[in-house]
Design a binder for this molecule. Structure first.
Ligand code: SF4
Length: 486
């Protein structure tokens, strides 16, 4: 199956997809190796910043302020792009965005585009849409190119090909690239040779294709500018060489002023790739005669973002600067990799963003793909309280399930209501504990419970349970307090 063009509606519920992923030990090895390396580099880079917490607070404050006044900053941005000679288009959803981009390409009789920083366009399934309209998209970010040529989908928001090792990359290149034509007759697994092969392949595209489609890391309202940070230089080629440049940006990427970049350019590179600075930071606006693209379009995408914005409790989800740090520390992501999330946004940020953008069945399973350990919150450079949002989403999903008869009669729902009843009365709690102490006796072996029967067996499938203590804390407390009172 072509995972690259998979529609979100085809994605499986997370538990099912995770089960499948767990059977792939090569995938787990690739994910573990890559995330461990990135995480170690990130930790070293953060440790050398004495004002790291201040930067996190500043990033959070800038984003919170921007989202509060987003309507004003968006208008400001449009005004300034237009003043510089660009054109701004507004897209309410994926279909509108894809339609606008395809129409612009059609106006120039284009049948190929080069693309870079394309996560937002993956959200809108632009590549599939373009192909259906006879236009060939060429990804130019190296990882995105590998994923595209492998008919695969990205598994990490910063390193989309993180699940693929270099042997697999060589195989993909041998299968999909015209190696003789680019002077690479035989390939090895050597990273330098693989990079050189990609370079020659992409050089042809950069020089031949006249229309570029990019995403952006930030859009700056007061400058009417868009910003891409990257490691390879391919984005810079992609946004400077074509005659026409179309930039697709989610409306949450806005920052008010050029000066605000000072904060994010320090935190993004350190959090994303463990570098002090990104090797390339490209900032562009409008049109300059005889220099760069002579037509510049920005498509501002909503696609569910204003819905997230309207929810004051979960709005900070939109603070995300897509650094990927929360994925690298997540124990669930480590085990399942990114494909199990069935979304362009994986890991903890995917678990809170996707269910708010898509009302699909699989998306509603994602808030449960977390141990709530809080590691994601600790590393997030814009201080998004991911665990709190996960709990809020879980609550909403549980409440909506209780609206149906099947949901009300679900054993888990019945068990939770019974627990609520027991915990609301000390007499009932004492009685239940006494009953449970008797009921557990046949299952206690060598001080632990390692097997429970029937529907309870899930609790002991992968771990031992401690039996209830002979005496509860409350019994101990009342006995000891009485003794000390005397
Ligand atoms: S939620 Fe925070 S840590 Fe995760 S990708 Fe977004 S900015 Fe980075």
């Amino acid at each position: 199956m072509n995972r690259y063009v998979r529609s979100a509606a085809e994605a499986k519920p997370f538990p099912e997809a995770a089960h499948q992923a767990l059977e792939d030990s090569q995938l787990r090895r690739n994910v573990r190796n890559a995330t461990n390396i990135i995480q170690a580099k990130r930790n070293a880079m953060v440790a050398e910043m004495p004002d790291w917490e201040d930067l996190r607070n500043a990033g959070h404050a800038i984003k919170t302020h921007t989202l509060k006044y987003l309507d004003l900053y968006l208008e400001d941005f449009e005004r300034n792009v237009t003043k510089a000679g660009g054109q701004v288009h507004w897209a309410r959803n994926a279909e509108e965005a894809n339609g606008i981009i395809t129409e612009i390409i059609g106006d120039h009789a284009g049948d190929e585009v080069i693309k870079v920083k394309t996560m937002t366009s993956h959200e809108t399934h632009l590549n599939t849409y373009l192909e259906e309209h006879g236009i060939t998209p060429h990804e130019t970010d190296l990882a995105d190119l590998i994923v595209q040529l492998g008919n695969d989908s990205g598994s990490h928001i910063v390193v989309p090909a993180l699940h693929i090792n270099r042997v697999q990359i060589r195989e993909i290149f041998e299968r999909r690239m015209p190696l003789a034509e680019i002077g690479m007759d035989s390939l090895s697994d050597d990273p330098q040779q693989l990079a050189e092969t990609a370079r020659r392949y992409l050089r042809q595209k950069f020089l031949g294709v006249k229309i570029g489609v990019s995403g952006a890391n930030f859009a700056v309202a007061d400058a009417g500018a868009v910003v891409i940070v990257e490691s390879e230089g391919n984005a810079r080629m992609c946004v400077t060489l074509p005659d026409v440049l179309i930039t697709l940006v989610g409306i949450e990427k806005l920052v008010p002023t050029f000066q605000d970049l000072e904060v994010f350019l320090q935190t993004l590179a350190r959090s994303a790739t463990g570098e002090r600075m990104n090797p390339y930071t490209s900032i562009w606006t409008g049109v300059t005669a005889g220099d760069g693209p002579q037509e510049f379009h920005v498509v501002l995408l909503d696609n569910g973002r204003t819905g997230v914005l309207a929810d004051s409790e979960r709005r900070e989800t939109l603070n995300c600067i897509r650094c990927g740090a929360c994925l690298n520390v997540c124990p669930v992501y480590h085990h399942t990799g990114g494909h199990a999330y069935g979304s362009v946004y994986q890991g903890p940020i995917g678990a809170i963003l996707t269910p708010q953008l898509e009302n699909l069945q699989h998306a509603r399973t994602l808030p449960f793909a977390s141990s709530l350990c809080g590691a994601c919150y600790d590393v997030c450079p814009v201080k998004i309280n991911i665990p709190e949002i996960l709990i809020s989403l879980r609550g909403e999903i549980a409440r909506s399930q209780q609206n149906s008869l099947a949901g009300r009669l679900h054993p888990e729902n019945i068990a939770m209501h019974a627990m609520a009843l027991v915990f609301s009365s000390s007499g009932l709690l004492n009685f239940s504990e006494a009953l449970a102490r008797i009921a557990q006796r046949p299952f206690v072996r060598k001080g632990v419970i390692n097997h429970l029967p029937g529907p309870l067996s899930g609790w002991t499938a992968t771990r031992d349970l401690m039996p209830l203590a002979r005496q509860s804390f409350r019994q101990w407390w009342s006995k000891n307090r009485r003794a000390s009172d005397q």
